[in-house]
Design a protein around this ligand. Structure first.
Ligand SMILES: [Zn+2]
Length: 253
């Protein structure tokens, strides 16, 4: 029963993230104008706004002008549901769960904006920074000193990687947005899981980039957003990081 309610709550949360993403990219405000089709601007009825189901029943098209609705909408609702349920399973109904659900939402919004527009809005970084500090001060996530160490180790390590690639490879390797993003994640995760996030993101990012190049989806030298890899890695660290570190220590040290 709780799981069902949680699933229902999370798909609606996902739909809210969709609104945030759309409005952040189009520059519209979150509350005004009411939801409308981006193509014909027809206001949407409640029946058009049911997460996942509306997309299926409308066969991915606007009811009024038949313009294609981006597959991004149901995908984000699904991803949100899966992640919220995983977090609930790991943390139960606790403040930790609330804090990490908040972080997850922020990361979903940031990742999809980064994929489409290749940048991370500062406004979202600032929101993450403020809540990261507040949650740790309230004792919801990690101790305050650990949050600050997470911020420093996250932003610092990417800053160093960025500087090295700039000086040695004469190439801009790390965007400012990525540096700030891992800093914010550090505030929520503490230093250990943040460093794990860094390693995991480099692995997944590397493997995924090779696939994109091999499949010809991206060309050599073309920009591949790194924000989504950092986000994905931080969620892996959040859900399974302690086990991964434990396994590593037992196996290799
Ligand atoms: Zn339309």
């Amino acid at each position: 029963m709780t799981i069902l309610l949680m699933a229902l709550f999370s798909v609606f949360l996902g739909s809210f993230y969709n609104v945030c993403i759309h409005r952040a990219m189009s520059g519209e405000s979150i509350v005004y104008p009411p939801s409308h089709c981006p193509e014909c601007r027809h206001p949407l009825a409640p029946l058009d706004l049911i997460p996942i189901l509306s997309y299926i029943f409308l066969l991915g098209k606007c009811r009024y002008c038949k313009a294609k609705i981006s597959i991004r909408y149901p995908i984000i609702e699904l991803i949100t549901a899966v992640l919220v349920l995983l977090l609930y399973n790991a943390y139960g109904l606790t403040w930790q769960f609330v804090s990490y659900t908040f972080l997850t939402g922020l990361l979903i919004i940031i990742s999809f904006i980064d994929i489409e527009q290749q940048f991370i809005p500062n406004k979202l970084v600032v929101i993450g920074f403020i809540f990261g500090v507040l949650f740790s001060l309230a004792g919801f996530t990690t101790q305050f000193w650990n949050a600050i160490l997470g911020l420093i180790s996250g932003a610092g390590s990417l800053l160093i990687i960025g500087l090295v690639s700039l000086l040695v490879l004469r190439k801009e390797g790390m965007g400012g947005g990525d540096i700030k993003l891992l800093g914010v994640i550090g505030l929520f995760l503490g230093w250990k899981l943040t460093l794990l996030t860094l390693f995991v993101s480099i692995y997944i990012g590397g493997i995924f980039s090779i696939f994109l190049l091999l499949l010809g989806i991206k060309n050599k030298g073309e920009y591949i957003a790194f924000g989504p890899f950092i986000s994905l890695a931080s969620l892996i660290a959040l859900l399974w990081g302690r086990d991964i570190i434990q396994w590593y220590v037992v196996s290799f040290l």
